[in-house]
Design a binder for this molecule. Structure first.
Ligand code: F6R
Length: 602
């Protein structure tokens, strides 16, 4: 998703802006640009593609000035061209924007006396503001008046000609952080962008706008009243962006999983079992509704099996973009649970707003406790994964599962559906998980042996049963998003209802199947594939491998694990398969094409 930075500095600002934009690269973008004010004059430089193109342009034609704004754009309205890249300038004002101005057509029509040069919604913000400047308003008033006319979601930063000491920043629906320095001030989409400059951060709240000068910041709420917002010191490790010796952030994040999962489990463990930071009585609840997108949706889908099997609690799981428009009835005895790494996903947030005032309690399983989804929930359940930079989610998925497993065990205890012995067994199995994940990571070399061949495939199927079915879909998502190989995840039993038509020797089938009560049925499905010349890569445990017998193309043997928690362990080979296949294909693993880390538009 787009990234914003702003600097009122003491030194030349262009290199600082580009460095800060580099730290926002992980969010995904397809063009970038900066604007500065030098001797009162506004100037800008923009480039399509990676930031190196902008840096090159700046080498040939530098931008001077100690005040500036910058942006990485992920195209929504209008393709990724230099003209559509931010900052957008209209006369004396330049604007960078994250989000969508929903009434931009209406505003454009109202401003038909002005000349528009881009296809973007954002240009209307700059043109409207310039219109107010033309009417004689000061920059502060013109920006404030502009904000009153914008519908939609935005984080915005305005820079003005003739104003070397002012950035106007605004937040509605997209987060924005103000950074405090010594005689300098900063604006950023997140604290990570500002990490090397300052760790003293004030987050704007919904509807806030701010006048930032080198002396400090004046924040006003949506009604224009002076607002006091807390300034906090962000721990250095939360803004650190380093690959820890790995080739990619994704690899680092895969290998970090034993540690971050351990931290997460520790956060929810007490001597008496599970504890969460707040009150929920699942014994009084008639239903759990889980809502999420993408990988978080697959974590939620695994949790459905856990809530139903362990806590005997009816459970729906929905893709947020479907849920919000389906207008499902919501019981006032239900718990609504929103799962989101970023906590900013537009559809998930909108779905949350739909259940507000309807569900008995709203829970947020998030990685960013300051996020919009967290703020609007009754109870925040942090996943404690640390910053996830790779666009393809790995450690956040693992820790979402960690939190959801704890929650399902708590629900089961409160509802009396598991006895103390089973609870202790599950908690012991969870505690053992980081160690098992380490063992799975040690199998990387065995995974690598087969990924060269896999990278030649045009299509790959993943199969799983029970809680491994959503993991099969997650494995397919991981593979397709970073290697661009078409992949689908199916319930093993569904194979013969259609997808088996695809099977021949060119379509590898990856079967994720611990030896559980249904394993023999999965073996039958594998036989059906192999009988049609299909190549099966079986991921199982030693007992499963023994029962499956010969005939597979590859078999990866994982340690034994309680079958209900198996998706946590089996996620690791699925991630490694995707990662190494993508390496063979030479794709951009950390920033796959067309994808953004946090999807703040519908
Ligand atoms: C895939 C991936 C996405 C996200 C989805 C939801 O690897 O990362 O599918 O899971 O965009 O994002 P969050 O969890 O931030 O709501």
């Amino acid at each position: 998703m787009c990234g914003i930075v702003g600097v009122l500095g003491r030194h030349e600002v262009a290199p600082i802006l580009v460095e800060a934009l580099k730290r926002l690269e992980y969010r995904g973008y397809d063009s970038a640009g900066i604007a500065t004010v030098q001797d009162g004059v506004l100037d800008r430089k923009r480039a399509v593609g990676k930031l190196v193109n902008l840096s090159d342009a700046l080498v040939h034609d530098p931008l001077a000035g100690k005040s500036g704004i910058g942006h990485t754009r992920w195209a929504t309205h209008g393709g990724p061209t230099v003209t559509n890249a931010h900052p957008h300038q209209a006369g004396r004002v330049a604007v960078v924007h994250n989000g969508i101005i929903e009434n931009y057509r209406e505003l454009r029509a109202r401003l038909d006396h002005r000349t528009f040069v881009t296809e973007t919604d954002t240009e209307t913000v700059a043109q409207l503001c310039e219109d107010y400047l033309d009417q004689g308003m000061t920059p502060r008033d013109a920006a404030t008046e502009t904000l009153k006319h914008l519908d939609g979601a935005y984080a915005l930063a305005f820079l003005f000609e003739g104003e070397d000491d002012l950035i106007v920043a605004a937040r509605k629906g997209s987060p924005l952080a103000i950074g405090h320095g010594e005689g300098e001030m900063f604006v950023g989409s997140d604290a990570i962008a500002l990490g090397p400059m300052t760790n003293l951060i004030t987050y704007l709240e919904e509807g806030d706008y701010a006048f930032v000068t080198r002396d400090g910041v004046e924040i006003r709420d949506a009604e224009g009243r002076l607002a006091n917002r807390e300034t906090r010191t962000i721990p250095a490790q939360s803004t650190q962006l380093d690959k820890g010796g790995h080739k990619h952030f994704m690899a680092k994040e895969i290998f970090e999983q034993p540690v971050v999962l351990s931290d997460c489990l520790g956060h929810y463990a007490t001597a008496d079992g599970v504890s969460i930071p707040g009150e929920v009585d699942f014994a009084q609840v008639d239903r759990v509704s889980l809502v999420a997108c993408g990988t978080a949706f697959y974590a939620a889908s695994v949790a459905k099996y856990w809530f139903e099997q362990l806590a005997r609690l009816p459970c729906d799981v929905d893709i947020a973009s479907e849920f919000r428009y389906r207008e499902p009835p919501v019981s006032d005895k239900s718990v609504a649970l929103f799962v989101s790494q970023s906590g900013e996903t537009a559809d998930t947030l909108a779905a949350l707003r739909y259940v507000q005032e309807k569900a008995a309690k709203i829970l947020a399983v998030v990685n960013v406790p300051e996020s919009s989804i967290a703020r609007e929930s009754d109870l925040i359940l942090p996943i404690q994964a640390g910053v996830e930079v790779g666009v393809a989610s790995t450690k956040a998925f693992m820790n979402q599962l960690g939190v959801l497993a704890n929650l399902a065990i708590l629900a089961a205890r409160q509802r009396g559906t598991i006895d103390a012995a089973r609870e202790a067994e599950l908690l012991t199995a969870l505690r053992a998980m980081p160690g098992l994940i380490n063992q799975a990571l040690a199998l990387e070399d065995q995974v690598v042996k087969h990924t060269a061949k896999l990278s030649e495939a045009h299509s790959v199927l993943f199969l799983g049963r029970g809680p491994m079915f959503p993991l099969a879909m997650e494995g397919a998502l991981k593979l397709k998003e970073i290697s661009y190989i078409h992949a689908e995840g199916y319930a093993s039993g569904e194979l013969k209802h259609g997808p088996i038509a695809l099977i021949d020797k060119s379509v590898p089938v990856i079967v994720l199947a611990p030896k559980d009560a249904l394993f023999d049925k999965t073996v039958s499905n594998m036989q059906e594939v192999m009988a049609r010349d299909g190549r099966v890569w079986l991921v199982t445990d030693a007992d499963g491998a023994a029962e499956a017998g010969d005939g597979t193309w590859a078999t990866l043997i994982l340690p034994k694990v309680d079958p209900i928690l198996a998706p946590m362990l089996y996620a690791v080979p699925a991630q490694l398969i995707a990662y190494h296949t993508a390496l063979h294909k030479g794709t951009d693993v950390d920033q796959p094409r067309n994808l953004a880390k946090s999807v703040t538009v519908e």
